[in-house]
Structures are given as structure tokens and as C-alpha cells.
Design a protein around this ligand. Structure first.
Ligand SMILES: [Zn+2]
Length: 353
């Protein structure tokens, strides 16, 4: 009955229908082909037949072995956050995801972490024993399914090699079918972990490698971002310094020919080249890994920087005048090349004078 919500969700989303069908099928195959690994864990599987049949009514996937072949129709090729199911008893086997999206699925599961409902009141099993929450502390890979009351291995779910480790102890119990012979847990849990080269420890190593790789990439991006930010600041600083100097001298910024081969690219670019030759940091900032849309040398940027200088100067003048009387004298005349020239004279007197 607990599976009802899943079934109705399946009806709503047609795109997911096939995938959900196949994801229920491991239960189907377990009921028709009970585990053959022959350990004491195998017996626990039959107890779930009732639940299994509920699934089968919906799915008709008896006898299908999903995930055993990547080319099966059940292979999922598109990532969907709905596949990141917390309850290990309801998850789609990792092999059923196409290799193209498997890493993305793994990453999403690792972000979420193993499902360890330690505040849950664990029911007694057939053997009158219960799951003990202390096991979560001892085995950080251990997961518990609230849906079917079984234990699973998070690492083996994500990284167990299909076809290679299938016959090893614990594959069926902790990855595929779930474990719930609590009486034997004190033996079964360490046995699942096994020696340094055990199937579980190989999954564990793959898990750690994947996690480290994720962390180092993240770190590289942060370092790169910081470096890029520093170079950007250097470029802005340099351009601003040149703009303020040229503006102060009242010289023109641009040249007639600003191309790379030009003999005189105008004051701004020539000054910048001069600066780059003498300052390594400035040269690095402008020449190495400098994004073309953030060079801080375009005409628009020069105008914006000059505008900023003008605002700064205006601010200082206003502060200096601070409410005193002033007069403005504006005059214009044509120069010899018939261009209008305007002169502005502002006169102010210090307060009290
Ligand atoms: Zn494991």
C-alpha cells in the first residue's frame, strides 16, 4: 500500500512511465529468481514477496533484468531530479542510467548523502531483532529504507561494478535487495566491508576518488576566479590612472589609427603599451587569459572612466564651495578652423571673504 503514491505519480508523468516500470523490476526479478549467492542473507529476500507483487501488477516486468544491458529500452538518458530518490528501497539501479548522465546522478546523490533516519523507531524483524541506529555511526555508508525496512550500502549503490562484483558477498544483500537479518548484522556488516581489496572497499575507493575530484575542481574554480578578479582590478586601475593623467593634461585620448600595426595608436593606447613594458603585473593582467570583453581599453570604457573622474572632481569642488557665493562667466567664439570654443570661468570666494 505504501507504494501507491509512487504508482499514481507514474500515471501523471508519461515520460517517466517506462523508467519507473523498470525501476520496480529488481523486486520482480528477485521474487522470480531468488538470490543464488547462498549466504544466510539470501533467505530474507523471500519475505518481501507481498510487496513485490504489488509492484508487478503495475509494471508487468516479470523476468526482465534491467540494468544488465546498457542498451535496454529501460536505460535512462536524461537527468531528472525526480530520480534522486532518498529511500534506498525505491531507487532506480545506477546501471539503468546511461553512462552519459551517471556521474551527474552520482553527484546529486552524494550531495544528498546516505539516508540514515536515526530517529526512526525501527520495527522488530522476523528474528525479533531490530535495526540499531548505532550502526549508522559505525558504518557511514549504511542506509535504511523506511519503505521496506531493509538496510543498504550507499557506496555500493553508487559505485559497484556491474557484472564484476555481482557474485561477491553482500552485493545482493546491500546493494540490490536490501538486508534485514538483524540477528546476523554483527557478522554481516563487517563481512560486507571485507578486506582492503573487497568489492565494498573498491566501491568505497571509487566513491572517495569521485568526491575528491569534485572538491578539487571546485577549489580550482575558486582559485581561478580570485586570480581573474585580481587581474580585472589591475586592468581597471591602470586604465583609470591613464585616463586621469590624460584628462588632467587636457590631451586627446584616441588616435586616428588604433590598429595593432599603427605607428601611433593615440595617447591612451600608447601610454598603456609604455606602462605594460615597464610593469610585469600590468602586462600579465592585459595579456594573459584576458577576456576580450573585459580589457578595459575600449573607447566606451575610456569615456566612462573620464566621466567618473569628472564626477569625482565635481564632488570635490562642491565640497570646497560648501554653500558660498559664486559666479560663472561663459563665453564662446569660433577658432581659426571655424569650430566653436567655449570657455567657462567659475569664481567663488571663500566663506566670509
Ligand atoms: Zn558496500
Amino acid at each position: 500500500m505504501e507504494q501507491q503514491p509512487s504508482s499514481s505519480r507514474k500515471g501523471k508523468r508519461k515520460a517517466q512511465e517506462r523508467d519507473l516500470k523498470s525501476y520496480f523490476s529488481p523486486f520482480g526479478s528477485s521474487s522470480t529468481n531468488p538470490s543464488t549467492h547462498g549466504s544466510e542473507v539470501g533467505n530474507a529476500i523471500i519475505e518481501e514477496e507481498e510487496v513485490v507483487e504489488t509492484h508487478l501488477e503495475d509494471t508487468n516486468t516479470i523476468g526482465q533484468q534491467p540494468g544488465s544491458n546498457e542498451n535496454d529500452q529501460g536505460t535512462i538518458t536524461e537527468f531528472n531530479p525526480d530520480y534522486i530518490i532518498s529511500d534506498p528501497g525505491l531507487r532506480i539501479p545506477i546501471e539503468q542510467f546511461s553512462p552519459n548522465i551517471r556521474d551527474e546522478i552520482r553527484r546529486a546523490f552524494m550531495e544528498r548523502g546516505p539516508t540514515q533516519p536515526s530517529s526512526h523507531v525501527f520495527p522488530r524483524g522476523e528474528d525479533k531483532r531490530r535495526f540499531r541506529k548505532e550502526w549508522f555511526e559505525k558504518y557511514n555508508w549504511l542506509e535504511y529504507s523506511l519503505v521496506n525496512g531493509k538496510a543498504y550500502c550507499f557506496c555500493c549503490y553508487l559505485f559497484r561494478r556491474v557484472g564484476v562484483d555481482d557474485d561477491k558477498f553482500g552485493y545482493e544483500a546491500f546493494k540490490k535487495e536490501g538486508f534485514r537479518q538483524w540477528k546476523n548484522a554483527y557478522l554481516a556488516l563487517p563481512k560486507h566491508v571485507g578486506g582492503p581489496n573487497s568489492a565494498h572497499n573498491r566501491s568505497r575507493a571509487a566513491f572517495d576518488d569521485f568526491d575528491n575530484q569534485r572538491a578539487s575542481v571546485k577549489e580550482k574554480i575558486v582559485v581561478h576566479t580570485k586570480e581573474a578578479e585580481k587581474k580585472y582590478e589591475t586592468r581597471v586601475d591602470t586604465s583609470l590612472a591613464i585616463v586621469s593623467y590624460i584628462a588632467l593634461q587636457g590631451e586627446p585620448f584616441r588616435g586616428h589609427d588604433e590598429s595593432e600595426t599603427s605607428l601611433n595608436k593615440g595617447n591612451f593606447l600608447e601610454f598603456l603599451d609604455w606602462y605594460k613594458l615597464r610593469n610585469e603585473e600590468v602586462r600579465q593582467a592585459f595579456e594573459f587569459a584576458c577576456p576580450k570583453n573585459a580589457k578595459m581599453t575600449s573607447g566606451t570604457i575610456q569615456k566612462e572612466l573620464a566621466e567618473c573622474c569628472a564626477q569625482a572632481v565635481t564632488k570635490v569642488i562642491k565640497e570646497e564651495m560648501s554653500g558660498c557665493l559664486f559666479s560663472i562667466l561663459v563665453d564662446e567664439s569660433r577658432d581659426i578652423s571655424v569650430k566653436e570654443q567655449m570657455a567657462i570661468i567659475v569664481r567663488s570666494s571663500a566663506s566670509g571673504a
